[in-house]
Design a protein around this ligand. Structure first.
Ligand SMILES: [Zn+2]
Length: 178
């Protein structure tokens, strides 16, 4: 089965990112998609956009993605870091998630929609199979993004534009404020 190509397309991955392998764990009802990159690629410093070679990689990071046929699906990757003469050793941006996000952008979008339509956060958490704290983090991050910067088509976020924006969330006492 061409599962690597299937997941590359499902995740919308473009060069230099590719799916290295896909692991299916039936017992735990989980799919792990390992994302890798071409080693010759040049990266950009997330602060100043300077083009640089790969310095090293982070430890493997995990992002929760949309489920695959009821199986919890996780994207896993070691993210490149560049050594910028101005900003030091920093992690490059990945197109599927916010810099410190623990969920993919597509999962966050679904979570926001479900949170908006559920009467209680608890109900939304049960559908999404996430904790209250995770729901709070997603809703808070998106609230900041809405009042701060817009994501560009290249998938980059204007981080400078997000600084100084208050982190008001829509969640209070287990209910959503609209
Ligand atoms: Zn830099």
């Amino acid at each position: 089965m061409q599962d690597k190509e299937l997941y590359r397309q499902v995740l919308g991955l473009a060069s230099p990112w590719v799916v290295g392998r896909v692991e299916l764990n039936v017992e735990e009802q989980r799919v792990d998609v390992f994302v890798e990159h071409d080693s010759r690629v040049k990266w950009r410093c997330p602060q100043c956009d300077r083009e640089l070679g790969c310095h090293d990689h982070t430890e493997e990071r995990t992002w929760r993605h949309l489920d695959t046929c009821q199986f919890v699906t996780q994207l896993r990757a070691r993210v490149s870091r560049v050594d910028c003469p101005e900003h030091g050793v920093v992690q490059v941006l990945v197109p599927w998630a916010e810099p410190r996000g623990r969920f993919t952008l597509l999962f966050e979008r679904l979570a926001i929609d479900i949170l908006k339509h559920c009467q209680t956060v608890k109900g939304a958490c049960e559908i999404l199979r996430i904790s209250w704290d995770q729901a709070h983090a997603i809703y808070g991050a998106r609230g900041r993004a809405r009042s701060g910067s817009q994501r560009s088509h290249s998938g980059r976020t204007d981080r400078r534009g997000r600084e100084g924006v208050s982190s008001r969330t829509g969640l209070r006492h287990g209910r959503l404020r609209h």
